[in-house]
Write a new protein. Structure first.
Length: 204
């Protein structure tokens, strides 16, 4: 594999932790949710990792069937900067990770955007809009997000276990302490939103 065959995949949620991300490559069960990951066609570990800041904002909205609270999403067009962790992997590995995020079998390759601001619409789902957020050390930084904007999303706070995994990823990537990671997550839109069922019961 040449260096041209690699991209930086930049998760901004639970995949910032190596314990979590490796399941998308190697396969296995995540203890917190019991979710069984089939793994990627190529289970090789990343060639590198780095903390990364991306233009845009991350926020909590839409309910995760595994974590039961809001999931973290990314709006690359919103004003701000979003924290993430870049993993140096192959385009095929990236596509297999995205497929597993959408509860699909790996194996379908997509043309990935490689210039900052470019995007590819792989589907309508919350993690099927592929965007290039920039470049780093000669490789494009690519992630997936929802097709809608943060302004169009109904906020929903994350479950405590999900928030804890994301906080662990921030500490791994940036070397932050628990307080710094907690303050960053608390600042995100939707972080303190009421649970959906509470709003519906109140309205009824």
């Amino acid at each position: 594999m040449t260096t041209a065959d690699r991209i930086w995949y930049a998760p901004y949620g639970s995949n910032m932790t190596w314990r979590r991300f490796r399941l998308y490559l190697e396969g296995g069960v995540l203890a917190e949710t019991g979710r069984d990951h089939c793994g990627a066609r190529d289970p090789s570990p990343p060639a590198g990792s780095s903390p990364v800041w991306m233009p845009g904002v991350t926020y909590f909205a839409t309910e995760s069937s595994f974590w039961t609270g809001g999931r973290i999403l990314y709006d690359p067009l919103a004003s701000g900067m979003a924290a993430g962790r870049a993993w140096l992997i192959t385009p095929g590995q990236f596509c297999d990770v995205m497929a597993q995020e959408m509860k699909r079998d790996p194996g379908l390759d997509h043309d990935l955007p490689r210039a900052p601001g470019e995007r590819v619409q792989a589907g309508p789902g919350h993690y099927e809009t592929i965007v290039c957020t920039g470049s780093f050390r000669g490789h494009p930084v690519v992630t997936f997000c929802a097709p809608w904007s943060v302004a169009d999303a109904e906020p929903l706070a994350p479950a405590a276990a999900y928030r804890a995994v994301i906080a662990a990823g921030l500490r791994e990537a940036f070397g932050w302490d628990e307080d710094r990671a907690g303050r960053y997550l608390a600042s995100l839109p939707g972080s303190r939103a009421a649970a959906r069922h509470t709003r519906e019961e109140t309205a009824a």
